[in-house]
Unconditional design. Structure first.
Length: 367
């Protein structure tokens, strides 16, 4: 079928919205009519050409939500008409990682997905008769996409899809970092560095876990206001003195849990240093630049601080994303303040400009 999609033709150039061909879903695959899609940093990072693993041409987008339109052969997990959130981090339910409660890094389709192919090593997208690769296994800057059934989370149809799409990446990453990866204990003191989509999600996650104190650190006063709305009890402008200020606020000890959601290795270091002696856990969510390393004084670890990373908030997508969407519907998560711009597919490049200007938290494309 012919669909309209935003194609990254050349790195460093605006996306070109145009007609492309999408083939029918193969075995284990599903055709999804996309309704909404958030614009995330990873899309812009790949479009810029800085990402060493990026490829072009491809249809970008990975924060999608939509409706199942058609099933390929042998699909059992979904039915036509189901409402779904796309998962760049799938859950096959059968691999050694899916069977372990310790990780969400499903191994089933990893290799092909990283190279831009569906699990059988081919693509459903083509441009001018030439096969075109999928992006993050999702390619959701489009009217339709074909995805493996294990990479779609079936959500409550009551959830508006233009809100639900945020659960496909940034928001879930932050929420999950607090709820799953760190599993913040009630009554704790938490510090979140960064108040973008991921950091604000982490603030909300700490609140949901019953943290007593949630300190948010960012460079933008407006974003710190949003953090208050998500449950931050204290906010602080970031800078070289952030660690000292946090130690002072916590009787000289540091926080029970710290979260880094900036992508800066200097801030990651601060997040480690602001974690409490004895048991403080630092969770790193940000993606650092290629070749950058995290500098940590080993003594901080010997004296009981721990550091861990979190991909997609440690969430097992098909189980955990629908549960988070239900918590949103129950009024526990306030999604609306994150959606600062609504754009059409044709305005997708405007979404990148807004992001570059740090204008708002999320632009949502209405497809
Ligand atoms: N681990 C994952 O699965 C995953 C998923 C999505 C995004 N990410 C990564 O998470 C990071 C955050 O994503 P986002 O969408 O929230 O980005 P964002 O750019 O919207 O937010 C980053 C925030 O960090 C703040 N910041 C920058 N320097 C600071 C400093 N010195 N002190 C305090 N705050 C500072 C900025 O003001 C900004 O508000 C990025 O690196 C992104 O690539 C990771
Ligand atoms: Zn993303
Ligand atoms: Zn798996």
């Amino acid at each position: 079928m012919k669909i309209r999609a935003a194609v990254l033709e050349d790195f460093g150039r605006p996306l070109v919205v145009q007609e492309v061909d999408l083939a029918e879903p193969g075995p284990g695959e599903v055709l999804v009519r996309l309704v909404a899609c958030g614009v995330c940093h990873t899309d812009m990072y790949t479009a810029s050409g800085v990402d060493p693993s990026g490829y072009a041409p491809t249809v970008l987008g990975h924060e999608g939500a939509g409706v199942v339109e058609r099933l390929g052969e042998g699909v059992t997990l979904l039915s036509e008409g189901d409402h779904v959130v796309t998962l760049f981090s799938p859950q096959c339910g059968r691999c050694v990682h899916c069977e372990s409660p310790l990780t969400n890094l499903c191994l089933a389709i990893r290799e092909q997905q990283n190279r831009g192919y569906l699990p059988d090593g081919t693509t459903r997208l083509s441009l001018g008769g030439e096969p075109m690769r999928h992006f993050m296994g999702t390619s959701t800057f489009a009217e339709y996409t074909v995805m493996p059934e294990i990479a779609l989370a079936k959500i409550d149809p009551e959830a508006p899809l233009d809100r639900a799409c945020l659960f496909a990446c940034g928001l879930s990453t932050g929420l999950g970092a607090a709820i799953r990866t760190a599993a913040v204990r009630p009554g704790s003191t938490c510090v979140v560095f960064g108040a973008g989509m991921v950091g604000l999600g982490a603030v909300a996650g700490c609140r949901l876990q019953g943290a007593e104190r949630v300190v948010c650190v960012d460079l933008s006063p407006e974003r710190l206001e949003l953090a208050r709305g998500q449950g931050a009890t204290d906010v602080m402008l970031g800078g070289p003195d952030s660690v000292e200020a946090i130690l002072e606020m916590t009787g000289g000890f540091g926080a029970d849990y710290t979260f880094e959601a900036t992508g800066s290795v200097a801030v990651m270091r601060q997040a480690v240093e602001a974690a409490r002696m004895g048991w403080g856990l630092c969770t790193v969510c940000g993606v650092a630049g290629k070749g950058e390393t995290l500098d940590v004084v080993p003594r901080l670890l010997i004296t009981g601080r721990r550091v861990c990373g979190s991909s997609f908030g440690g969430l097992k997508g098909r189980e955990d994303v629908p549960a988070l969407v239900s918590r949103y519907l129950a009024g526990e998560i306030d999604v609306d303040p994150f959606i600062t711009h609504r754009l059409t597919l044709d305005e997708v490049n405007r979404g990148f400009e807004l992001m570059e200007a740090q204008d708002g938290i999320r632009s949502v494309l209405e497809l």
